[in-house]
Write a protein that binds this ligand. Structure first.
Ligand code: PMT
Length: 401
């Protein structure tokens, strides 16, 4: 996967900088074109000449060392990189990048590049555990930085624990696996819906349901990791936006309908995991309704059936619906598959413990128009999402398995 790729290796000032030499050599052996950028601290541990000899390219240490007047070096390097690796990434480097600082060659390139950035931290076990470092790692995750966790073991400072730079061959393995996975849906546009809808009664009251959005977010995250260009239309949930995914927040079934139908034609695949209200109050009040003696009836009207609408319109799109059922799972699922003109339906047994709404786990059964039937037993929603994508991709390709 790394053959002929332009890899920019950022080395910061920790004792693990010596392992970055082996990493450079292994990347070159894999056929990658490697350019090394060192922080000033890194040059205290390893002489730039070592990296120059291993990479057979000049090594960059100073943002003001502009050798070619026709180019601006940090922008040129930022654009040149297909992949950026930070190894080792010290606590100081993480802090600078998480706060958007650009005070040397490496951090300036990091702000300017649009290439995927892989971060392999290395530091003392207590430093790695410090809330400031954890917070910086969390921030970088929201920028879609990908982490290669440090290993456990003997640290140069004498401690034993988590903080060792991952071994160079494992760093390459993680990157190659991730980059190869990203080819699966490269160039495909995928729209996912997730979460509940909220149907307003008056200024303070509304109808909604128990959907947390976890299943739909897991499906969108997996689609992103498979390399798709993902749009997530989401009802109100307590989950963080997914880095690298276009987020379209909506409230009501009507808003979700408009968001999905207006984007539907540009999509290759649409996965509707949202729990959309089937009814909304016929009348909605902008003021708070006054409490009165006696009962109150609220007249409900049907919402737009989004799935059915796009099922009728669809031409080449692969369309997946979800079904939340308590009984006759396969019969009701099959009925939805046919009636809504779907390519696949994912049936949740919401009467099962730890399955369906809100939980971190799920158990589902997928039926496809082409006749496949697959039960996926209880596991995390992320694992379910990964298995579901395997089914959809094989099915779309016409694979008989
Ligand atoms: O969000 P979580 O807490 O993780 O829970 C996940 C989930 C249980 C919500 C999810 O896995 C799921 O099953 N989603 C669909 C739930 C549902 O509303 O099922 P349904 O049988 O009412 O609807 C069937 C399909 O039609 C769904 O794809 C739904 O998005 C779609 N629909 C429904 C009504 C409507 N007006 N328009 C629609 O498009």
């Amino acid at each position: 996967m790394l053959k002929n790729k332009n890899v920019l290796l950022g080395v910061s000032g920790g004792i693990a900088a010596y392992k970055a030499c082996a990493l450079t050599s292994k990347l070159v052996q894999q056929g990658a074109e490697v350019k090394v950028v060192m922080t000033e601290g890194a040059t205290q541990f390893v002489n730039p000449l070592t990296f120059q000899a291993l990479s057979r390219n000049p090594v960059y240490t100073n943002a003001f060392d502009e050798k070619n007047p026709e180019k601006i070096a940090h922008i040129d390097l930022a654009d040149w990189a297909d992949i950026v690796i930070l190894a080792p990434a010290t606590a100081h480097l993480l802090g600078r990048v998480a706060n958007g600082l650009a005070d040397d060659m490496l951090t300036t390139i990091l702000l300017a590049t649009t290439a995927p950035v892989y971060v392999a931290p290395a530091m003392n076990v207590h430093m790695y555990d410090h809330p400031a470092v954890k917070e910086n790692l969390k921030t970088l995750e929201t920028y879609d930085y990908r982490f290669i966790e440090p290993g456990n073991g003997y640290l140069a400072c004498g401690y034993v624990g988590k903080g060792r730079l991952e071994e160079p061959e494992n760093i390459i393995d993680v990157i190659a696996t991730r980059e190869s996975k990203q080819q699966t849906l490269r160039g495909k546009k995928v729209l996912v819906t997730a979460g509940p809808t909220v149907e307003v009664i008056d200024a303070v009251r509304f109808f909604t349901n128990h959907s947390s959005g976890k299943m739909g977010y897991a499906i969108a995250t997996e689609a992103r990791d498979l390399g798709a260009d993902v749009t997530l239309v989401s009802g109100p949930v307590q989950l963080d936006p997914i880095p690298g995914v276009e987020m379209v927040p909506v409230q009501s079934a009507k808003e979700m309908f408009e968001a999905v139908v207006s984007r539907f034609e540009q999509q290759d695949m649409i996965i509707k995991a949202a729990a959309v209200a089937d009814y909304r109050p016929k009348q909605q009040f902008s003021n708070k309704m006054k409490k009165k003696d006696g009962d109150l009836s609220i007249e409900l009207e049907r919402t737009e059936d989004i799935l059915k609408t796009i099922g009728e319109k669809k031409q080449t799109q692969y369309l997946v619906g979800f079904a939340a059922e308590t009984d006759h799972l396969l019969d009701y699922g099959q009925e939805k598959l046919t009636r809504k003109n779907l390519d696949a339906v994912v049936i949740n047994d919401i009467s099962e413990e730890n399955s369906g709404f809100k939980s971190d786990t799920n158990a589902v059964h997928v039926l496809t128009k082409s006749g496949k039937s697959k039960a996926i037993p209880l596991q995390t929603k992320q694992e379910i999402a990964s298995q579901l994508w395997s089914v959809f991709i094989e099915d779309q390709k016409g694979d008989p398995s």
